[in-house]
Design a protein around this ligand. Structure first.
Ligand code: ADP
Ligand code: MG
Ligand code: MG
Ligand code: MG
Ligand code: MG
Length: 441
């Protein structure tokens, strides 16, 4: 251990790092950080850095609010956009209690527990998230929904500040260890997507958090606001975070079987079945805001109905056509407001429930579900995803497996946050109501 600490300290010196950001996530997936001067790093690595957990959303446990941040040495990255003369670096931290135990409310710890469980059965969980976001104009320094461009899917607009942000992001993220596969303009005006190569779920959750931090910072530097809000504008596509996933065993993709139906293995089918079985509860975690549900409506490439398909893109779970190493299931409902640690944790647990108990998935739906009539859908037993945050919250509370994955503390906090958010929203007087009722009543 002390060798590892020495290696970190010497890297900090070689890289001339002057300040270090210690990052972690609250339950809502918001990135938190405390900055320390480099000379405090030795203490941080040996004893941890203490902080008051009671002020962090979802951490509140007043009787023992002091907590410790322990930087994970493997997450060391120089922040590429920091000033060369005042180099900053970051570490992602695990949260511990002052008794030296992992804190039960730390999302990273919850994911790690599920990863270790799957590892005992020989499986590694690989995920590839597709990050969509909007770049809007800042008006007098404030975020707005004013469009930056009016381009569409794959459009090229060489003189656009939005394109510049995307290029800055690709360069900076590459320097931070991302293997960027593609970046392109998305369907909606001012909407973009950046894809990076899949990897183990813990590393990828760290990357999602890093991605959002980088996007927000680099957009701001060019006078734009990067937002991961799922549906900022009515009538145009919202932003999703499709999660491509697969299991690896003995160095091979365990979802691939050249002789299986659709060349899918039993493991793949069972994993998909587990995801479908627990999807209502997963939705509370993967779609955690009131606004999330305004994206999950027909007509905008977002999923609405519960089912899987090897052919059509409208399905909740799509099995893309590539096989071999790239055999994967794409869960298309999550949006980028989700906490990636918790989302990957519940996805893994749900999928493993299917694998362990050999659950069979329903018949795959190779028709366009959106074009079916409600009667046709009903005849095939196709249900809808939860309609709103309250429904999804209730579904999670009834899902024993997912509740046990999250643990009592987190379930109570998520329930509290969900109910408060729903109550607050329900009391708001919206523009829709004013337009609808004011002239007529
Ligand atoms: P789409 O066709 O849905 O737009 P993209 O090309 O944007 O797909 O993204 C595909 C994602 O799937 C990438 O992040 C890629 O690394 C990831 N991926 C590829 N193979 C696997 C795999 N075996 N397991 C998990 N993710 C994978
Ligand atoms: Mg994509
Ligand atoms: Mg793509
Ligand atoms: Mg996309
Ligand atoms: Mg996709």
């Amino acid at each position: 251990v002390s060798d590892e600490i020495d290696a970190v300290l010497s890297n900090l010196e070689i890289d001339n790092v002057r300040s270090v950001l210690l990052q972690f996530s609250d339950l809502e997936g918001k990135s938190k950080n405390v900055a320390i001067p480099t000379k405090q790093m030795k203490k941080a690595l040996t004893d941890g850095i203490s902080f008051d957990g009671s002020s962090i959303q979802g951490f509140a446990r007043l009787e023992e609010s002091d907590m410790l941040l322990r930087p994970d040495p493997s997450t060391y990255q120089i922040i590429p956009w920091s000033d060369e003369k005042f180099r900053a670096a970051r570490f992602i931290c695990d949260v511990y209690t002052t008794h030296g135990e992992p804190f039960a409310g730390d999302p990273r710890c919850i994911l790690r527990t599920q990863i270790e469980k799957a590892a005992k059965l020989g499986y590694t969980f690989n995920v590839g998230p597709e990050m969509e976001f909007f770049l809007f104009r800042l008006i007098d320094g404030h975020a707005s929904v004013n469009l930056q461009d009016h381009s569409g899917y794959f459009d090229q607009t060489p003189t656009d500040p939005g394109e510049d942000v995307r290029r800055d992001l690709v360069i900076s993220l590459s320097e931070m260890g991302f293997n960027i596969e593609a970046s392109h303009h998305e369907v909606a005006p001012s909407q973009h997507e950046i894809d990076f190569t899949y990897g183990d779920a813990l590393g990828m959750a760290d990357k999602v958090v890093t991605f959002k931090f980088a996007a927000k910072t680099l957009a701001l530097r060019r006078g734009l606001h990067a937002t991961f809000m799922p549906k900022p504008i009515f009538g145009i596509n919202g932003s999703g975070m499709h999660v491509n996933c697969s299991l690896m065993k003995d160095g091979k993709n365990a979802f691939f079987d050249p002789n299986g139906d659709h060349q899918l293995s039993d493991t793949a089918r069972h994993f998909i079945a587990g995801l479908l079985k627990h999807i209502d509860g997963i939705t509370r975690i993967a779609n955690p805001t009131v606004n999330s549900y305004k994206r999950l409506i027909p007509g905008y490439e977002a999923p609405v109905y519960v089912g899987w398909s090897a052919l059509n893109r409208s399905a909740l779970i799509r099995v893309p056509s590539s096989r071999g190493k790239s055999t994967r299931a794409e869960l298309r409902s999550p949006d980028p407001t989700c906490n990636p640690y918790l989302t990957f944790a519940v996805m893994l647990a749900a999928g493993m429930d299917g694998v362990i108990n050999k659950i069979e998935p329903p018949e795959n739906i190779d028709k366009n579900i959106f074009r079916m009539t409600p009667a046709e859908r009903a005849a095939e037993g196709i249900r809808c995803l939860p309609w709103n945050l309250q429904e999804a919250n209730n579904a999670l509370m009834q899902d024993e497996l997912l509740c046990s994955v999250l643990g009592e503390h987190v379930v109570a906090q998520i329930n509290r946050i969900g109910e408060l958010e729903w109550a607050d929203y329900s009391r708001a007087i919206t523009d829709w109501e004013i337009k609808r009722y004011l002239p007529n009543y």
